[in-house]
Write a protein that binds this ligand. Structure first.
Ligand SMILES: [Zn+2]
Ligand SMILES: [Zn+2]
Length: 263
């Protein structure tokens, strides 16, 4: 499996992806908003884009579909429930479905509601464990829920699916929000040494050569995975004095999501 992360350099700080089979050169494009950059990258590598996956229905993920289909004839896939919002979708995908790319790549579809209610993440298993997570999980952060999502569902997705993936899973999100997210982690957990050590380097990083994190690292620096941290809870009780001494993880997640909305 060859992964190319494409930095769009747009105002939304979107990442697009090409995933290719090393043997056949067939490629899947994920959320190819910047269709020109995606097509140029495929051409430079000698790849043929045969499939497109939209992680969800937001325009900053679907906006390049038409041009990509026109240029490649690729089949367009998205969440099985997203048909109404996605003109031109060829195939609906559900949890457990497998997307095959060429001869060597298999990706499993996960149904991951929360950011929207029709959101798909795809994962690669084994030695090349990876998660392409759209706007559900960001480096050091979580997607918002105010354009068709629900924080309760986002918590269930994090706790019930994402947190259980193997630690070595490489994380490929839909946007570059890492610097701001690390700053939020430090606002919520000022003694998070891993986040503190990371932030200066990240503030200087060139997003076209972005750090690819692992789930293990996310569990250290992403406040939405740190729901039992005593300092996260202590700081949260300062903001919400009505919280009990030991709030349950869901409550902590929902309060963090709420604070992040206006931070
Ligand atoms: Zn979105
Ligand atoms: Zn987005």
């Amino acid at each position: 499996m060859i992964v190319e992360q494409i930095w769009t350099a747009n105002a939304g700080r979107n990442f697009n992806y090409l995933i290719a089979c090393a043997e056949t050169g067939e490629a899947l494009a994920i959320d190819p908003l910047d269709h020109e950059k995606c097509l140029a990258a495929a051409k430079a590598n000698g790849w043929t884009i045969t499939q497109i996956l939209n992680t969800h229905e937001h325009r900053d993920h679907t906006g390049g579909n038409q041009q990509m289909v026109a240029a490649t004839g690729a089949k367009l896939m998205a969440h099985a429930n997203a048909k109404a919002q996605m003109p031109g979708r060829d195939r609906g995908r559900r949890a457990g479905d497998v997307i095959r790319i060429g001869k060597t790549v298999e990706l499993e579809c996960l149904d991951t509601p929360g950011h929207t209610m029709s959101h798909i993440c795809v994962r690669a298993h084994g030695d090349e464990a990876a998660l392409f997570c759209g706007d559900t999980l960001f480096n050091a952060g979580a997607g918002n829920c105010h354009n068709g999502g629900h924080p309760n569902e986002l918590y269930n997705t994090f706790a019930g699916q994402l947190a259980k993936l193997p630690d070595e899973t490489r994380i490929y999100p839909g946007h570059d929000y890492i610097a701001r997210n690390l700053a939020f982690t430090l606002d919520r957990e000022p003694d998070n040494e891993a986040a503190k050590a990371m932030l200066p380097g990240i503030e200087k990083q060139d997003p076209s050569k972005a750090l690819i994190t692992t789930l293990k690292l996310e569990k250290e620096v992403n406040t939405f995975f740190r729901l039992t941290s005593p300092s996260v809870i202590k700081r949260l009780r300062e903001a919400f004095p009505g919280l009990p001494d030991s709030p349950d993880q869901k409550t902590v997640f929902l309060k963090l999501r709420e604070l992040r909305n206006s931070w």
